[in-house]
Write a protein that binds this ligand. Structure first.
Ligand SMILES: [Zn+2]
Length: 75
């Protein structure tokens, strides 16, 4: 499980069940396990500090490359 954090303010955004060792490019919504904070304005997801995290693509969030950091383990 990974903890996805905002790259700007370092707050936790959500927990994500990552499968595979590749980089985090997409976050599938069905694998988001716990949301701490996540704002949505039209199609864009952002932290409450205003930093954009990614874009809504229906079944997944297309993550913005430098919008977030993460820690934890991938499966
Ligand atoms: Zn933030």
């Amino acid at each position: 499980m990974l903890a996805i954090k905002c790259s700007k303010c370092n707050w936790k955004l959500f927990k994500y069940h990552k499968i595979g060792s590749g980089s985090v490019i997409k976050c599938h919504k069905e694998r988001i396990k716990q949301v701490y904070q996540l704002d949505k304005h039209s199609q864009a997801y952002s932290c409450t500090c205003g930093n954009t995290i990614g874009k809504d693509e229906g079944s997944y969030i297309k993550m913005k490359r430098f919008g977030f950091t993460y820690s934890g383990t991938k499966e």
